[in-house]
Design a binder for this molecule. Structure first.
Ligand code: PLP
Length: 358
């Protein structure tokens, strides 16, 4: 088996819009990590992890929470807790669980994931209802509905809370479990002005990532009822996801909650500025950003997304090819308004050269 090699190092001075996972811990966040009080997390004795979990359970309106190394592990543990082998999960066709977790629902939980058609990552109660299979000895048991807030490949879109609630209510009415992938939930909170617990209200499990726009180096928190988080602990143990002195990481997350949530408005403003600038350039069709993710199509430039990103990187700006002609740029903690202008200038140079070549 072979995989395309990853670039080995980031060139100095690169304006890195590839992902909001690319943030480097700030001096303040590193200092908070260095002073963290710690204990053995696996035994429940790490005060910093305990403080983070209590705070997140409260923020998300759930009874309990657990600290995990990654968002992927939050999603997979939730699938494991909610489902039995042969069950079916339904979610948007481009949801992270389906497209970006190495087939883990099949490999770890022995479940099927059935894609729902979605509009920018969002689906409706009717879509859920239509996907639920009748109980029969032939059909897999539809068990879990998973939604993403914000919807990453949907364009970083923010589900209206009423629609999230309606989807969750429909799921409940049919006896299904509900899971909210909140990798960027705090972006949705800041963009909508609606508290996290309101977004999470209809969902049995919900998690938030600290390594995206919140800028911590490690960690995500999964929340739910005491019973579900108790079950989740068995899987955390089985999968080797328990920490020892995890408080060093949790302290970074606590710092991020205090210092890096409100500032997400800056990322959203930078995303809007980037989109507005890109929209002025020939051959580029931009989706209006709702949060910190900017998606655009480069087919009008005559380049593929790969070619565009390659040429842009040579100009000192990195974005991600997310389809044959679809490109994603993410704003984050390490991107300033000046970086956005520089990225637009670089894009203009790339397009001018492509135009001359054609
Ligand atoms: C990044 C991401 C994940 C996975 O989180 P990791 O912490 O990178 O494992 C899951 N879902 C969505 C929507 C994401 O954007």
């Amino acid at each position: 088996m072979s995989f395309a090699p990853l670039p080995s190092a980031v060139p100095p001075g690169l304006i890195n819009l590839y992902s909001d996972t690319q943030t480097k811990p700030t001096p303040g966040l590193r200092a908070a990590m260095a002073r963290a009080e710690v204990g053995d997390e696996q035994r429940g004795e790490d005060p910093s992890v305990n403080a983070l979990c209590e705070r997140m359970a409260d923020l998300l309106g759930k009874e309990a929470a657990m600290f995990l190394p990654s968002g992927t592990m939050c999603n997979e543990i939730a699938v494991l807790v909610h489902c039995r082998p042969g069950d079916e999960v339904i979610g948007a066709a481009d949801c992270h669980i389906l497209v970006a977790e190495g087939g883990a629902p099949a490999a770890l939980a022995s479940v099927l994931v059935t894609p729902l058609r979605s509009l920018r990552g969002q689906f409706s109660p009717a879509d859920v209802e239509a996907a639920i299979r009748p109980t029969s000895r032939y059909a897999p048991t539809t068990r879990l509905v998973a939604a993403e807030q914000t919807a990453n490949l949907g364009g970083g879109t923010v589900w209206p809370v009423a629609q999230l609630n309606a989807v969750a209510e429909t799921a409940k009415r049919h006896g299904l479990a509900t899971h909210l992938d909140g990798a960027r939930l705090m972006n949705a909170v800041v963009a909508s002005g609606i508290a996290a617990r309101e977004h999470a209200k209809g969902f049995d499990t919900v998690w938030v990532d600290f390594t995206k726009g919140l800028g911590a180096p490690v960690g995500a928190v999964l929340a739910g009822s005491r019973a579900l988080i108790g079950e989740a602990w068995r899987w955390k143990q089985r999968l080797g996801g328990a920490f020892r002195q995890g408080g060093i990481c949790a302290a970074g997350c606590l710092y991020a909650l205090d210092h890096h949530v409100e500032r997400l408005v800056e990322d959203h403003a930078n995303a809007r500025a980037l989109a507005a600038g890109l929209a002025q350039l020939p051959g580029i069709a931009v989706d209006a950003p709702e949060t910190n993710l900017v998606f655009f199509d480069v087919s009008g430039t005559g380049m593929t997304a790969e070619e565009f990103c390659h040429a842009l990187e040579a100009e000192g700006v990195r974005m991600g090819a997310m389809g044959p002609t679809r490109v994603r740029a993410c704003t984050h903690l390490d991107i300033s308004a000046a970086d956005i202008q520089a990225a637009l200038d670089a894009t203009e140079r790339v397009l001018a050269r492509a135009c001359k070549a054609a």
